[in-house]
Design a protein. Sequence first.
Length: 137
Amino acid sequence: MSDCIFCAMQQGKIPFVEVFSSDNLFAFLDIGPLNHGHVLIVPKKHYANMFDMPSELGCELLSTMQLLGKAIIEATGAGGLNVVQNNFSPAGQAVFHVHWHLIPRFEGDGLLKWTPGKYDHNEQMLKLAAEISRAMK
Ligand code: 5GP
Ligand code: ZN
């Protein structure tokens, strides 16, 4: 993709700080880290979002995230790690080349807090669950 920043990185047009590379994936430090050690893991081929990516890549992606996640924890001394992945603008996606955020977390760092909502009644939950199940078929 000609106007994609992550494709441009792979083509050597934009500098970045790499932490991992394989035939299918690469990972680098996010330029705007939520905490130091915030890494993005990215398929080398351009897929706009998770729904466009072939599921066959999922196994390698998960095993690499496990390895990378443990390494980030060890290197940063973090007590925890968030994996975050945004699809489409309303969900916060800003770069439209699929990627996963691996974010080291420290007790009391106050990041990624959200206020839980609630359902009005059980019927509402049952109806919604049925609609989601139906949409999967
Ligand atoms: P999104 O909101 O799409 O899930 O996340 C995009 C991420 O890409 C952001 O966290 C942002 O800091 C990171 N990012 C955007 N441009 C660059 C860049 O040029 N270099 C690096 N290393 N990260 C970038
Ligand atoms: Zn791309």
